[in-house]
Ligand binder design. Sequence first.
Ligand code: DAH
Length: 335
Amino acid sequence: MTLNEELYKIEQDAQKTLEEASTAEYLDAFKVEYLSRHGILSTFLRGIKDASIEEKRTVGSRANTLRIELEQKFESKITTLNKGLNRKIDVTVPGKRPAQGHLHPLTIVRREIEDIFLSMGFEIADTPEVEEAKFNFDLVNIPQDHPARDLMDTFWLNDGRLLRTHTSAGQGRVMKNRKPPLRILIPGRVFRNEATDASHESTFHQFEGMMVDKDISLADLKGVIEVVLKKILKREDAKLRFRPSFFPFVEPGIETHVSCLFCKSGCATCKYSGWIEILPAGMIHPNVLRNVGIDPTKYRGFAFGGSIDRLAMLRFGISDIRLLWSGDPSFLKQF
Ligand code: DAH
C-alpha cells in the first residue's frame, strides 16, 4: 500500500467512526484514537519521515488538512450533542404535574357536617350498618304491622338482621342507657332495596342528629337546622321554610325546604316550585323516648335525618346521585 492509499484508508475509517459516534463517550474515544499525540494520524505522520521529499510534502499536507477537518467536525458534533443535552434538562420547560388525589365530595361534605355539629357541642357516634330489626324499626316506633315498614325497601339477611335503611336505627343504640342532656350525631351509610335513578341509590349516606334535654322545642330545631344548612350549602342568602310532615318517630314531623339554589323562576332540580326538600326532622315521639328509657314527661328532644348525598349534590351542582359512587375519574377530577 502506498502512503497515499494508507492515508485514504485512515480518512475513510475516521470519517465513518466520527459519523457513527452518537454519544460523548464515543466522541472521546474517537478523539483519542485518531487525533491524540499517539493517535493514528500522528503515528502516520511520524511514519512518513523516511519517504521522499515530494511524497512527504503532498501526503503530509493532506494528512494535516484531514486532521483540521476531523477536529472541526469533532467540535461541531460535541456542540450539537451538548445542545441536545441542555434541552433535556431545560428547567424552564413546563413540567408534567403529577396527578394529585383529593377527598371525595361525600367525604368533604360529611366532614364539614361533623365539624359544624362538633362546634355546637354534639358528639359523633358510629352505629352498625348490619342492624337488628329492633333498632331499625321497633325502637323508633315502627312496629311489626306498621305500614312504614313496607315503605322502606329493606335488604334482609338470612339471619333476620338487615342492612339499616336509615341512620335513625342508631337512635336506640346511642340513647339507650344514657341520661339527657344528649347531643349526638350519627353519620353513616344506609341501604335501600329499590331501583336506582338520578335521585335514588341503593347505598347512600345520612346524618342523624338528636338533641334531648329538659325544655327543647321546635324553635331549637329550627335554629340548629338553619345554621347547619347555610354553612354546608355555603349560601347565607338561602331561605328556609318548614312544612308539617309525618314520620313515625317524631311528632310533630317537619320537612325543611330550602329556596332553590340554582334558579329564580323554576328549574328541573326544584321541579319548578322554587323550593327543594332537604331535611326531614321533628320532635322525638314520646314512644321513642320511652323505648330507650327516657321519661317523656321530663325530657323532650328533636331529631333530624338528612342525606349527605343530597347535600353534596346541591352544594356541588351534581345532577345524578349515581355519579357519586361511580368511581369515574372524569367525574371525581372536578372537585
Ligand atoms: N329516617 C328518615 C328516613 O330515612 C329520615 C328522618 C326523618 C329522620 C325525620 C329523622 C326525622 O330523625 O325526625 O327517611
